[in-house]
Design a protein around this ligand. Structure first.
Ligand code: UD1
Ligand code: CA
Length: 462
């Protein structure tokens, strides 16, 4: 196989996004647009892609790091000019170069591979990717000769009324023989409606030299949709969402309403898991088999074990065991590790804590910076007091402990195995194994106090 190089044009300003963020760093299904293009590039070549950067270059380089080579385009003089900036990287090389736009996140690696095969097998010097769309406004149109061969590409702004009725558009993705592309760049001019060097003109230049130029037309036009506006960003998000959700459904996940289920591309989900609407699964989240995600969870960079359930809860950077029940309305903050068969109930916040198997924190508690053993019961309203105003301290609770309602455990403190802490206690000292700890004053009942007081008040008024 011939060597394949990749140039990605990503120097444009993305003016119509009206954003401080470079367009290629806007996210589709939680992932920057440029990452999808890099996936496409990596699917067809082992060579590092050459990225043409300009607007917001520092932010783009910071995000991509050493996963690309960079060509700086100081002044944006058009797509042809962008490729000129990248040319030094491919000068003297044999083989083919695939040129991509930085703003088409839906393109698939397989499609690019097919375009390359089509180019090489057909003996073409240049091939443009195209598709037919319902509304071609704004796009460059593919003009074909009467017998259907490639003639040229005309930009919307340069097109005649008749040319504007053509519904086959240029995707801004191409495969060129390197030598053909390089020699055509010298002949580019900027004599057009936008005063720009159009990459599209190189195909005509190559054709006019007597070389073979073709068009690879796709059936699925969604793959080539560009993101130029927030509306198109939202549309790309929806298309990608369907693609991701369909993948999981084919793998045996029930998604009750794929229109309202938001799953990032890296998420993994086991068979027979059921996902209700309003779930947002982000980052590298992994959900086990046979789980139930009732409506409205946000789960980010976390693992959920087989057969667990979560409802209306937020789980961040944490690990949840198997057959555990979370929520409704629980907040599991980063660094938490929840065991198997655990219940974390309503309005419970867990932060940076380890909770053992079979333990229950059923309602209205805060557990922060703690290690809690197996089969522990934490009563309603218990608070792990982890902060002294300067530093955070840890609390240890052993196996089979019973922490009564409304208990404060003031860290650093240890409650050993098989203990019982009476409701309402504020625990500041360690509780030894097998002990009952009571840390509140004894109740006093003053008999007849209420009527005596009433009597005194009546006397005062008279
Ligand atoms: C381009 C094509 C058009 C095609 C459309 C598909 C040309 C002349 N036109 O138009 O035929 O239908 O894409 O979406 O190529 N860029 C640079 N430097 C520049 C200019 C652009 O790096 O000086 C980059 C942009 O960041 C973008 C890509 O090239 O990623 C395409 O540029 P854009 O301005 O969006 O081109 P369109 O007008 O959409
Ligand atoms: Ca564009």
């Amino acid at each position: 196989m011939d060597d394949i190089y990749i140039i990605i044009m990503a120097a444009g300003e993305g003016t119509r996004m009206k954003s401080r963020l470079p367009k290629v760093l806007h996210r589709v299904c939680g992932r920057p647009i440029i990452d999808y293009i890099l996936d496409g590039a990596n699917a067809v070549s082992k060579n590092l892609p050459i990225l043409v950067i300009g607007h917001g270059a520092d932010q783009v380089v910071e995000h991509i790091g050493d996963k690309a080579l960079y060509a700086k385009q100081e002044r944006r003089l058009g797509t042809g000019h962008a490729v000129m900036m990248a040319a030094p990287y491919i000068e003297g090389k044999d083989g083919y170069v695939v040129v991509l736009a930085g703003d088409t996140p839906l393109i698939r690696g397989e499609t690019l591979n097919s375009m390359i095969e089509y180019t090489i097998d057909g003996g073409y010097s240049a091939v443009a990717l195209s598709a037919k769309v319902d509304d071609a406004t704004g796009y460059g149109r593919i003009i074909r000769t009467p017998n259907g061969d490639f003639d040229r590409i005309v930009e919307h702004k340069d097109a005649t009324e008749a040319e504007r009725t053509i519904d086959e558009i240029n995707a801004s993705m191409y495969c060129f023989r390197i030598d053909s592309l390089l020699s055509s760049l010298d002949s580019l001019s900027s004599a057009n409606a936008q005063g720009e060097y159009y990459l599209t003109d190189t195909l005509t230049i190559i054709k006019d030299k007597g070389e073979k130029v073709g068009v690879y037309c796709l059936d699925d036009y969604t793959e080539i949709l560009g993101v130029n506006t927030r509306g198109q960003l939202s549309y790309a998000d929806r298309m990608m969402r369907y693609r991701i959700n369909n993948f999981h459904m084919e793998e045996g996940v029930t998604i009750i309403d794929p229109h309202n289920t938001y799953i990032s591309p890296y998420v993994k989900i086991g068979e027979d898991t059921v996902i209700y609407p309003g779930n947002v699964l982000e980052g590298k989240t992994k959900i086990g088999r046979g789980c139930t995600l009732y409506p409205n969870n946000r789960i980010c960079n976390s693992q959920v074990g087989d057969g667990s359930t979560s409802e209306s809860s937020v789980i961040l950077d944490s690990i949840i065991g198997a057959h555990t029940y979370i929520g409704p309305f629980a907040y599991i903050r980063p660094g938490s590790q929840i065991g198997d068969n655990v219940k974390i109930g309503d309005f419970v916040e867990i932060k940076n804590s380890k909770i053992g198997d079979e333990t229950k924190v059923a309602h209205l508690s805060y557990v922060g910076d703690a290690t809690v053993g197996r089969n522990v019961n934490i009563g309603c309203g218990a608070v792990f007091v982890n902060y002294d105003g300067y530093v955070k301290h840890r609390t240890e609770v052993g196996d089979n402990a019973f922490i009564g309602c409304n208990v404060n455990l003031v860290a650093p403190v240890t409650v050993e195995d098989n203990t019982f802490v009476a409701a309402g206690s504020t625990i500041t000292d360690n509780v030894p194994e097998d002990a009952l700890a009571i840390a509140r004053s004894r109740q006093v009942n003053k008999e007849g106090w209420v009527s005596k007081r009433r009597h005194e008040k009546e006397q005062e008024e008279n």
